[in-house]
Ligand binder design. Sequence first.
Ligand code: PMV
Length: 325
Amino acid sequence: MILRSSTAISHPNIAFIKYWGNADPELRLPSNGSISMNLEGLDTITSISKNTDDKSKHNLIINGKTQETSRVSTFLDKAGAMYGFHDTLVIESTNNFPMGAGIASSASAYSALAVALQKFYQLNLSSMELSTLARLGSGSACRSIPSGYVEWFQGNNHQTSYSISIASHDHWELFDCILVVNTGKKKIGSTEGHLRADTSPYQSVRVHDTDRRLEICRRAIINQDFEKFAWIIELDSDMMHAVMMTSNPPITYWQPASLAILQEVRKLRRSGIECAYTMDAGPNVHVICTKDHVKNILDHFEQFPGIHQLLLAKVGMGARSIPGQ
Ligand code: PMV
């Protein structure tokens, strides 16, 4: 059966044990394994069809606006050569969360696109194989393919660097309160950041210690042990930012408001509120909390200085196609 179009939905994910630095930038094979949870409530819906108007190039439309296509073209060329598809495509994508706010939209974008391609070209890939396809577009996208809590194995080639679910989306009801910190400064994207990771003397220390942190985090999730979980995710985030800040040239994503929030989160935890922070490649702070404490966190930070916007996500399912579309 030849499909005229195919549509998929996916979510970004937040890493608890971070991926930073590539062993192979071409294939986006990471320097270390990582663990994350998918963020339901933040949705990307992507449809693809053949570009019959102009067969010479892809047409990328995000939230109704035509976009520059070089990154998606590189991905489609690479993926097409591996999986045997060569059409020029129209890719239409919508995000229900603000773009340019530093929320990892590339993870949801490339995982949704991988699922849409799988259906469109009837690739018949397993979930693991699909995660490797998504990884070619954005490393962290491979973690948005499986459901719930996900581990991405570092691997040493295209086939062995894939993600699996380590606990389902309903295993532990954690929430991510994303505190969007207002900043006029343009961030350095993760593609550039990964390239700089090895210039930090702390990167090799961080990488060599990864298996230990992965084990502690995996266990804390399986056992729903918030105390251990909070300790390890804050340590891991701080270790990644220490690498960023000591790279050459250095990258400092923390803003004064970010640091104030980190200190506040620790203070709240000391007062008995189950919450912990983690930060990606930007100034926003993700406050991970248990269900009973979501309201406390949202109320507490509503008027907090320097916060531009609050977003809330729960543990989400993996990327999936939308039937009939
Ligand atoms: O997938 P990328 O290239 O956007 O890199 C993601 C990097 C971090 O968000 C900082 C960490 C992670 O593991 O998601």
